[in-house]
Design a protein around this ligand. Structure first.
Ligand SMILES: Cc1cc2nc3c(=O)[nH]c(=O)nc-3n(C[C@H](O)[C@H](O)[C@H](O)COP(=O)(O)O)c2cc1C
Length: 186
């Protein structure tokens, strides 16, 4: 074994780039987040870790709703902007065209090919960050990004975040739930 120790940190090799849509004082706001993933399959839940000091954390506390929006590689500048400017200082509501579902306070960005409308299930206090777990009440997807009635990642073209850089998704490697079948036991 030839390893170095790096100290404790929440290392993830790659993360998504999502925009967390919220409403505070009647105004839509979008915040960039990398710390987002699936929390549960049934019921369908996602989670996103948000620093307690963020405008977005206050907005979720106010309405108990949020959205996760998946921007495409062509939307890097707007996505990054939402991660370097706070809604507390600037109105970010016009960066994306907002649309709303039945929750009314979870604005979603029309320009992003996939949007999840979420109702807050629980906010877990982890220290600096609150892990916001949201039940997905609806998924919206651009018709142009669909293949066989499912969002097609090659059409969605999501932004991958790693090492403080944005990446394009690489080439498909092999089928999941299938590659393991040719594994030879040691
Ligand atoms: C690529 C990227 C990923 C980020 N991921 C997170 C995250 O997962 N959680 C978080 O609290 N802040 C994250 N941030 C920082 C917030 O997006 C940033 O502080 C933003 O200005 C907060 O917006 P708000 O004050 O309008 O809520 C990230 C920023 C960037 C650029």
């Amino acid at each position: 074994m030839d390893k170095v120790t790096l100290g404790p940190m929440p290392y993830m090799s790659v993360m998504p780039s999502v925009l967390v849509g919220t409403t505070l004082k009647g105004r839509a706001n979008y915040m960039t987040a990398g710390a987002a993933t699936v929390a549960c399959m049934a019921p369908p839940m996602v989670c996103v870790a948000i620093n307690k000091a963020r405008y977005t954390a206050k907005a979720i506390e106010e309405n108990k709703t949020f959205s996760l929006n998946f921007p495409s590689v062509g939307q890097v500048a707007g996505t990054d902007y939402c991660g370097i400017v706070s809604g507390a200082q600037e109105d970010k509501s016009k960066i994306w065209t907002s649309f709303y579902g039945r929750l009314k306070t979870a604005p979603m960005a029309e320009e992003c090919p996939v949007n999840l409308e979420c109702s807050l299930f629980k906010a877990v206090d982890c220290g600096s960050h609150l892990l916001h777990i949201g039940e997905v009440v609806e998924v919206y997807a651009d018709k142009a990004c669909m293949t066989d009635k499912k969002p097609d990642v090659s059409k969605v073209h999501p932004i991958v975040y790693a090492q403080a850089m944005y990446f394009d998704l690489g080439k498909p490697l092999e089928k999941a739930f299938s590659a393991g079948k040719r594994y030879v036991k040691k």
